[in-house]
Design a protein around this ligand. Structure first.
Ligand code: ATP
Ligand code: MG
Length: 480
């Protein structure tokens, strides 16, 4: 029996005091699937104060009616905090979010009946050296058949708490299970109720879907159930919208398939794969095989930021995913891309994001139905990145710093120093061979003679010229 000692101990201590005690919910499901549960939930007919008497060092959380036993002597995360809850029923969901009242009950059966899916509604009890499963809703059968089925009347259960519909999709994509037909029809009927659910709760489930092995299938289920309308309606704008002669798939299909083929397990890269072409419907010009999508990368970055902010993702995830969407159109044809172009790419995206940008490109290509991700091209770019990575790309890599400039000019700190550094960096990115003390000293003296305004302008001129060059590169690519 693979129930951890810590759990067996808690169950037997509660039983010794004359109460019932079971492992319950997701942990029983995972145990039967021979997966390691994220956490072990224990349920009992003992009331919180009675549980606390058995475990004097435990903590009682009044809001959730949960007693937590803390295990200091374990490295195993799933065993550090073990939650014990008293059998309960949820009474009424008038705000469609939270049960109005949580009421304790002496019956395990009532506690199991309030749970969302049959596979999540089993309890496990230790019996001597063995265990016994309480399975009132045929959860074991559904687990074997790989089916997600609501406990009781699906329609009623989803109208009580609409998040359950999203959880159905989440468990389906995490476990690779099918959603039962009747349960799925109830989702289609009730999908509109998701608008009553908080963005945070939606985000948590959406994130799990995106990170799961069957993320593509999950997004498809969101679409076919109608839930997608209440999560990312922007994606639906691309449904049935053809692209052009370079693409076999519609915009929506391509977005979903890019997620499917995303080689990265990182949330921000997966989100960027799904959203990279999100603004194509709005930027489409012309019809038929010659349609174009100018600027869809920039507009898409704005959309991605808006969507992820609305879903309350962390700033780190929002910034990274947005940066990737914004820069996904980088051009990298062998022989055509200059080393300075690669340096600018690195400056724009940051060295630490290049691997993610490559992964996004692989997702994009595979999601277009291109049989291979043209590895030789990517390898060539990787070679160039490696080659130029010793070149100055941030001011830190210049052979001269702000202190040196002040010394050379014999002046105090001021905005002019920073402006000069910026000009030097822009110049050296184009011609790294000039990154020598002698050359930089000469340029510093020349630049210092200019007014602050003129110095700023000279950087702007270089940057604008380069932006134009990059834009020309991109135009060849934007049509796609
Ligand atoms: P995970 O492995 O992701 O933790 P889980 O099944 O344990 O999955 P939790 O959110 O931890 O999911 O919830 C624990 C249990 O509580 C579930 O297995 C289910 O029995 C019940 N449950 C959770 N949320 C709901 C809900 N919204 N409606 C009904 N029952 C729920
Ligand atoms: Mg859990």
């Amino acid at each position: 029996m693979n129930i951890p000692q810590e759990i067996q101990f808690i169950l037997s201590e509660i039983q010794k005091s004359g109460f019932e005690a079971y492992v319950v919910g997701g942990s029983v499901r995972d145990f039967l699937l021979e997966k390691k549960p994220k956490d072990w939930d224990i349920t009992t007919n003992a009331k919180p104060e009675e549980i606390q008497k058995i475990f004097p060092k435990s903590f009682y959380n009044n809001t959730f009616g949960t007693v937590t036993v803390v295990n200091k002597n374990t490295e195993d995360e799933s065993l550090k905090n073990i939650e014990i809850t008293t059998y309960r029923i949820d009474e009424g969901y008038s705000d469609r979010r939270h049960p109005d009242k949580v009421k304790f009950t002496p019956n395990l059966s009532e506690d199991l009946a309030r749970r969302d899916f049959t596979i999540n509604a089993m309890a496990l009890k230790i019996k001597g050296n063995d265990f016994e499963i309480v399975d009132l809703f045929n959860g074991k059968d559904d687990l074997e058949k790989k089916i997600i089925r609501a406990v009781g009347d699906a329609d009623k259960r989803f109208s009580e708490d609409a998040l359950r519909m999203l959880r159905a999709v989440r468990f389906s994509s995490q476990l690779g299970f099918e959603i039962d037909k009747n349960t799925f029809e109830a989702m289609q009927k009730n999908s509109g109720l998701l608008k009553f659910v908080s963005q945070e709760r939606i985000r948590d489930e959406f994130e799990k879907i995106i990170l799961s092995d069957k993320a593509y299938e999950g997004v498809e289920l969101l679409r076919t159930s109608g839930l997608l309308t209440y999560i990312v309606p922007e994606l639906e704008k691309g449904i049935g919208v053809d692209q052009n002669k370079h693409h076999t798939y519609t915009i929506y299909e391509h977005c979903a398939l890019s997620l499917k083929h995303c080689p990265s397990k990182k949330l921000e890269v997966r989100l960027a794969s799904l959203f990279h072409d999100i603004a194509k419907p709005q930027t489409k010009a012309g019809t038929g095989p010659d349609s174009t999508f100018y600027n869809h990368d920039f507009v898409g970055a704005k959309f991605a930021r808006k969507i992820l902010t609305r879903l309350k993702f962390s700033n780190k995830i929002i910034d990274k995913a947005t940066l990737l969407v914004k820069n996904h159109m980088f051009y990298y044809n062998v022989d055509e891309v200059s080393e300075a172009g690669v340096r600018r790419l690195i400056k724009r995206t940051g060295k630490e994001n290049l691997k993610d940008l490559m992964d996004l490109r692989i997702a994009d290509r595979l999601g277009s139905g291109v049989p291979k991700a043209k590895p030789y091209k990517l390898r060539h770019l990787e070679y160039l990145i490696e080659k130029v990575s010793k070149d100055p790309i941030s001011a830190k890599m210049l052979k001269i710093n702000g202190q040196d400039i002040m010394k050379i000019l014999n002046v105090k700190p001021g905005p002019k120093i920073g402006a000069i550094l910026k000009v030097l960096l822009s110049e050296i990115i184009e011609n790294p061979e000039n990154n020598t003390k002698e050359y930089l000293e000469k340029r510093i003296k020349e630049l210092y003679k200019l007014s602050s305004e003129e110095i700023k302008n000279s950087e702007k001129i270089i940057e604008e010229k380069k932006e134009e060059e990059d834009l020309e590169d991109k135009k060849k690519f934007w049509v796609k």
